[in-house]
Design a binder for this molecule. Structure first.
Ligand code: NAP
Length: 310
């Protein structure tokens, strides 16, 4: 099969499109013929060697979003059949989804939303599960609460806005000027242009902050929270920030694959309550270009890659 691999850490040139053997399918796995995958920042972070403590050997196939069709099921899989249209965020491993076929544990696979094509579906699993787990599993978001989504125009932020909207929260996002109207249409009540305004001068008494950006900015994010408020970060907690003064609760987590949660995302997509935001669709062979665009840090929503056509 064709796949994109890296033989060493480095810049986007290290991504090589070439032939490799198709994966085997273990008893608890489903072999998926990949129709589309999508880019997440973790892809280029791993490619750069930023996560080189992972015990993986080269060559590695990157990519951890897939939408496609079940080709084969393992002997212990009762739930899926060949021909089923499915999608998944598989556990991070060096046998990723930049490939024509991928084997994924059945417990990480869900039926693809029927309303969406494979390109749209491939944009949802990793970012959608991240948004869901951040808002509800870690953030405990309730109807009527005020949430600030820092970095609202990205892959995670655009889905977090919609999930928070469905819950009945009051949503404030940060983004640059070109995304302000777009995010309001998506469901944000207010959008702060971070290139011109400081959130700490604009906001007070926020219940929950979802930080998709991190860094020095977390000092300002603490100031906008109400005492006892919650900061959920998907990029890490800044050790220089004092969270204790206002009894701020904090969480940093790594997203967990989940067939059950993904099925809830399917249900929302099928009733039009979760709409994928796709900035660009490229071909798998265009992977180097796709990584460079994502690394520049200003993709609105997601970049999707076509792997095979129906
Ligand atoms: N812990 C986990 O398991 C987990 C899971 C998923 C993602 N993540 C991490 O979370 C981060 C966000 O992921 P993502 O997929 O949403 O990234 P992304 O799609 O690449 O985010 C791009 C967006 O960030 C916005 N942005 C850039 N600088 C900003 C700033 N200073 N303030 C506000 N917005 C800014 C851009 O909006 P403008 O163009 O308007 O600037 C752009 O739309 C990444 O670092 C990723 O690795 C972690």
């Amino acid at each position: 099969m064709k796949a994109v691999l890296i033989d060493r850490y480095g810049d986007a040139h290290e991504l090589k499109y070439r032939d490799v053997p198709a994966p085997e399918v273990n008893a608890d796995e489903v072999l998926i013929k990949v129709f589309a995958t999508s880019i997440n920042p973790v892809d280029w972070k791993i490619r750069q060697g930023m996560m080189n403590s992972l015990p993986w050997a080269f060559p590695m196939i990157l990519g951890w979003d897939v939408s496609g069709v079940v080709e084969k099921v393992g002997s212990a899989v009762a739930h899926f059949r060949p021909g089923d249209e499915v999608y998944a965020f598989p556990t991070l491993s060096p046998k990723g989804t930049y490939a024509e076929y991928v084997s994924v544990k059945a417990g990480e696979v869900a039926y693809k939303p029927q309303k969406l094509d494979h390109q749209q579906a491939a944009s949802l699993p990793l970012a959608g599960l991240t948004a869901r787990q951040a808002l509800f599993d870690h953030g405990g978001l309730q109807a009527g609460q005020k949430i600030l989504i820092n970095g609202a125009a990205g892959g995670v932020g655009t889905l977090a806005i919609q999930l928070a909207r469905n819950k009945g929260a009051y949503i404030i996002g940060t983004a640059s000027q070109r995304n302000v109207d777009f995010l309001k249409e998506l469901g944000a009540d207010e959008v702060i242009d971070y290139t011109k305004e400081n959130v700490e001068e604009q906001l007070r008494d926020i219940d929950l902050v979802l930080d998709c950006i991190g860094g020095k900015n977390q000092k300002q994010l603490v100031k906008v929270l109400k005492p006892g408020g919650m900061l959920v970060s998907i990029v890490g907690l800044n050790s220089a920030v004092d969270f204790s003064a206002k009894q701020i609760r904090t969480a940093f987590f790594m997203t967990k694959p989940s067939s059950g949660q993904l099925q809830l995302i399917t249900a929302l997509a099928d009733i039009g309550k979760l709409i994928p935001v796709i900035a660009r669709t490229l071909e798998l062979e265009d992977i180097q270009k796709a990584h460079r665009i994502s690394e520049a840090g200003h993709v609105r929503g997601k970049i999707v890659l076509n792997v095979a056509s129906k």
